[in-house]
Write a protein that binds this ligand. Sequence first.
Ligand SMILES: Nc1nc2c(ncn2[C@@H]2O[C@H](COP(=O)(O)OP(=O)(O)O)[C@@H](O)[C@H]2O)c(=O)[nH]1
Ligand SMILES: [Mg+2]
Length: 258
Amino acid sequence: MNSWYPGHMLQARDALRSVARYLTAVVEVVDARAPQLTRHAPLARWVGNTPVVLVLNKADLADPATTEAWLQWYRQQPSLLAAVALSAQTPGARQQLKAILVARLTPPFRLCVVGMPNVGKSTLLNRMVGGRRAAVGAKPGITRGPQWIRPEPGWEWLDLPGVVLPRKSRDWRLKALGISALGGDEALSVAQALLEQWPELLGDVGGEDPEVALTTWGRGRGFLGPGGTVDLQRTAVSFLTAFQRGALGRFSLERPPV
Ligand SMILES: Nc1nc2c(ncn2[C@@H]2O[C@H](COP(=O)(O)OP(=O)(O)O)[C@@H](O)[C@H]2O)c(=O)[nH]1
Ligand SMILES: [Mg+2]
């Protein structure tokens, strides 16, 4: 994280407001499993006329048909220059995003990455700059201000702590995705909410009842508490971790409006 900003929403806003006019585009990263819920509505106001390119990241964890429907929906939004779904963890992501930017913008490309916590901003930036974290602006005497990373001629990425915080931070879906923090004993209620909507997450272990499903799953993994009963809170935490990693399959928590 850059020393220029300790990095919270207020700072991301101020930083973006002051640098937006130097940027060719802002890359907004969202979670493909709930892309609209993980967008940051005020961003458009902050960046003014600078175009926004939307990256639906973690597409490897989302339901492919739902992601395709989202892409079609976003491509009809006049406020977006482009939308692309990818997985920043795969090497091909770099070329995927580059192709979109090259097709829609004119060089030189001056870009920055913005998004909510844990959506994959750092992974994407690292992917785009090919590990070249050596900052272009890191010249003697320059100790303040955001750093530009230049992975190749004509391409510059601003190393900005572009973290924005969700406004609906108590939405259980943001907690299920690991974007909002889970309070002390919230794991169970979030896990239950997930299973109420998507009982298929745990296959046929519990039929329609979330608590039965979790209990069966937890017993199978040996998450037992005093007296041999299943420790449901611990089971729920483990279930959420498995969900976030994609170990339970590919699921989308939000669909585009019809
Ligand atoms: N499955 C999957 N995981 C990802 C992807 N991109 C990032 N991650 C993981 O998501 C977590 C958060 O990523 P990070 O880049 O630190 O997010 P940031 O907080 O937005 O900078 C890390 O564990 C990454 O390995 C992706 O495309 N697919
Ligand atoms: Mg990061």
